[in-house]
Design a protein around this ligand. Sequence first.
Ligand code: MG
Ligand code: ZN
Length: 229
Amino acid sequence: VGRQAHRTVVDLEASILAKNDERAARNRAWLAGRETLAINLMSAPGAGKTTLLERTIHDLAKEQQLFVIEGDQATANDGERIRDAGAPVVQVNTGTGCHLDAEMVARGLNELKPPARSLVIIENVGNLVCPALFDLGETAKVAILSVTEGDDKPIKYPHMFRAAALILINKIDLLPHVDFSVEKAVGRAREVNPGVEVMTLSARTGEGLAAWYGWLAARRAATGATMGL
Ligand code: MG
Ligand code: ZN
């Protein structure tokens, strides 16, 4: 593209992002007013977001109801899995879009109507690129990296791993069968995001999930504390 056309594209993107940020700020204020924790769960396709959610809904059923906004380009398959697991869910299909934006989440929250002090999990569209750019108004971003991917993903997709408050390395039950170095992956994650918390787990076998549940509980407590609970 020519210089002028390129400039127009850049301006358009800047204006889309500015509009999104404004909507995200309103989502954040709405969530804060309801003392509700919202986690934006992001990964490449197939890293295990939905499986982790199913397991989390099941394991926390007695202590904590989860509310889910489920993002996919097409189908209600994952939304149905979440409903079957026992959580209220709103499925958002983005069509040609490859990420959720703050407006979609606002509509999702409006439909879900989580009561005060809820835990809302937003499963983003599987994509390591633009979900990192779109603030949804969430309390925290969590990135999943599975061991069937490359252990260099954090440096290939630095924006995603830099934005994450927590990185989950999933499918560790498969480690004996793949060339994935947890040590290298953690090192690379901290190259782009020094001090980031990293947990290893298997949503399939349940190994390591206690730490994830502990993290969620601590974040919920902190959300209440900042609201003066
Ligand atoms: Mg999914
Ligand atoms: Zn996108």
